[in-house]
Structure formats: structure tokens, C-alpha cells
Design a protein. Structure first.
Length: 74
């Protein structure tokens, strides 16, 4: 049996409360991973860095800044 399949089988055999604890922990881990990805994307050299830089520039200059209600009307 492959590693992932064994882990899945082992999880299914856990008592209900252990599955709940594991699920909570996995959710927290997923949030940490997501936060790290977002942080990396918007740091210098990240794929969102240029966009973030442009948004900051536009906001500071008053250019192309739309209130959310304006965006929704388009």
C-alpha cells in the first residue's frame, strides 16, 4: 500500500474525536501554508508584487481607485 493510501486508511480507523482533532490541525496547517503563499506572492520578486506596487501607487495618487460599490455597478 502506498504512503498516502496508508495514511488515509489509518485516519479512517481513528476514533471520532481523534479525527476531529486531526481535521482541526489540518485546517490550521492549511491556513499557515496559505498565509506563506500569499506573503511570498506579494514580496519583491513574487508574482503579485508588481500588481501590489501599482495599486499602492494608484491609491496614493488617487488614480483608478474605485469604491467597491462602483466596481459592482459595472
Amino acid at each position: 500500500m502506498a504512503g498516502l493510501e496508508k495514511i488515509q486508511k489509518d485516519i479512517l480507523s481513528l476514533p471520532k474525536m481523534e479525527k476531529i482533532k486531526l481535521s482541526k490541525w489540518l485546517g490550521e496547517l492549511e491556513q499557515e501554508i496559505w498565509d506563506e503563499e500569499i506573503e511570498a506572492d506579494f514580496q519583491e520578486g513574487g508574482r503579485g508584487y508588481d500588481l501590489l506596487k501599482q495599486v499602492k501607487t494608484d491609491f496614493e495618487s488617487g488614480e483608478r481607485f474605485f469604491a467597491p460599490s462602483t466596481i459592482l455597478q459595472k
